[in-house]
Write a protein that binds this ligand. Structure first.
Ligand SMILES: [Zn+2]
Length: 90
């Protein structure tokens, strides 16, 4: 066993790790959209991280406003992290 710390850029128990765990937990809790069965994907919206239906992401740049409409139609779009900057600073 080597006792020296590995010279990687990542270190355990950082805010980034906790954020990643929350995202992975949310994705494993809801792996597929409840409305259409498409895979869910983590999406950054400013400082927020959402778990969203992949089918609503394909055209979000074209019709971004449709997102809220599609959310009303039942496609998975749930908030995972409210303020990722705060999480990363923790
Ligand atoms: Zn969907």
């Amino acid at each position: 066993m080597f006792m020296t710390a590995p010279t990687t850029l990542t270190s355990p128990t950082t805010g980034e790790d906790r954020s990643r765990e929350r995202i992975e937990q949310a994705a494993s809790d809801t792996p597929f959209c409840e409305a259409c069965g498409a895979p869910t994907v983590p999406v950054a919206e400013g400082d927020e991280i959402w778990l969203a239906c992949a089918s609503t992401q394909e055209h979000r740049t074209l019709i971004r406003r449709l997102l809220s409409f599609e959310a009303l139609m039942g496609h998975t779009h749930q908030l995972v992290i409210e303020d990722v900057s705060e999480q990363l600073a923790a």
